[in-house]
Design a protein around this ligand. Structure first.
Ligand SMILES: *Cc1c(COP(=O)(O)O)cnc(C)c1O
Length: 374
């Protein structure tokens, strides 16, 4: 595999990237993308130059969708839509497309992203807050027995993994006949997922499935066909499903990149293998935090995200020193979300064993040197 190079051909030392998104891509994917940039499949063209109406793009699109269907074992009555606008765009597009004549939707508030999803939905319908983690400071997932669902709701929305505050659902809620809808952006493709449990799932690609500019929506056929009249044509799920996501020009390069990532996951052993690796990496990091007596994790143990590991140091001054030293050691993007305090290490699929080893070793060393000062 070719190392990343500067324009004069010298290899670049990249270090390790723990960003929450856009985040690290597998080296093998970047190497293959270099071909797609210059000379895709020996065609002498760049993927960026091919018309979206032609056979070449149809092949890229169909292969990406087929690989994704295979990885997630997506049932035949679910469509895979590839569109733009990000997960944040979906916060509006969900009520526009899914209300189906109803006036209310259920939302579970578990942190930063689910709050934003609910706030956007309020422009289009009545939002019933079915559960709210506010009393725990969003460090725990509200106990299922205390949820209050509205039986008239068009759907119930959850965020399976809260990227900013580092909590994740262990078990999916059972919403009965009300379709479960989930923002799975930050734990997409990190473990097998039973799509049949959902009416719809959606994910921005730049966390775990490539680059920004692409949103993946997987939606059950039975929910389509009754979009609000104000729904923009290019974001109408039914029209997207009927046109293989080609109502207008799709994000061609981002779809190509997602296809490469899907193939990489398959070649590495699929979602089961991704889950095994992630459990190992997250277990290692949380153990380092717990055993240190120095680092602290706010999330309740049962709700801890294995993807976005959020932790704090005894003082803000130590956190600044930690970040500065980490950067010197080429451990990048460990600052927490702007809306949260503390630090965060994101352990997406492309974060390697050696990246986690380097981080753990630095954290132990830093704690030893600073524990007494704190
Ligand atoms: C990053 C993220 C978003 C926002 O994604 P955009 O592509 O910026 O719209 C929404 N939800 C979750 C869970 C995320 O991690």
């Amino acid at each position: 595999m070719a190392p990343r190079c500067s324009p004069d051909g010298r290899p670049v030392i990249t270090g390790y990237n723990f960003a929450a998104g856009p985040s690290v891509l597998p080296e093998a994917v970047l190497a293959e993308a270099r071909e797609g940039l210059d000379n895709w499949a020996g065609s002498g063209q760049s993927v960026m130059e091919i018309p979206f109406t032609g056979e070449a793009f149809a092949r890229i699109h169909d292969e990406a969708v087929a690989t994704l269907r295979n990885l997630l074992e997506i049932p035949p009555d679910y469509h895979v839509l590839l569109l733009q606008g990000g997960a944040y765009g979906q916060f509006s597009l969900l009520p526009m497309n899914l209300l189906r004549g109803r006036e209310c939707a259920d939302y579970a508030l578990t942190g930063h992203w689910s709050q934003r999803a609910a706030n956007e939905a309020k422009r289009y319908c009545r939002v019933n807050i079915a559960a709210d983690g506010a009393s725990s400071g969003y460090t725990a997932i509200p106990d299922w027995s205390a949820w209050s669902l509205d039986p008239t709701a068009a759907y119930c929305h959850i965020t399976t993994n809260e990227t900013a505050n580092g909590v994740r659902f262990r078990e999916l809620p059972d919403t009965g006949r009300v379709p479960l809808v989930a923002d799975i952006t930050s734990d997409f493709l990190m473990a097998p997922l039973d799509i049949r449990r959902f009416g719809l799932v959606y994910a921005s690609a730049q966390k775990n499935a490539g680059i920004a500019g692409l949103t993946v929506v997987i939606v059950k056929q039975a929910l389509l066909g009754r979009a609000l009249p104000i729904t923009p044509t290019v974001f109408n799920y039914e029209l997207l499903a009927a046109s293989n996501s080609r109502v207008n020009t799709p994000p061609v390069w981002a779809i190509y990149m997602a296809g490469l990532v899907f193939k990489w996951i398959q070649a590495e052993g699929g979602l089961g293998e991704m889950a095994v690796r992630n459990r190992r990496h997250a277990g290692w990091l949380y153990r380092t935090i717990d055993e240190s007596g120095f680092y602290h994790c706010r999330a309740a143990e049962a709700a801890r995200s294995p993807v976005n590991v959020c932790f704090e140091l005894p003082t803000p001054r130590l956190e600044r020193a930690f970040l500065a030293e980490a950067r010197e050691r080429r451990l990048h993007n460990l600052k927490g979300h702007a809306a949260a305090t503390g630090l965060r290490a994101s352990l997406y699929n492309a974060v390697s064993e050696s990246a986690v080893a380097a981080l753990v070793s630095f954290m132990r060393d830093f704690a030893l040197r600073h524990a007494s000062v704190a």
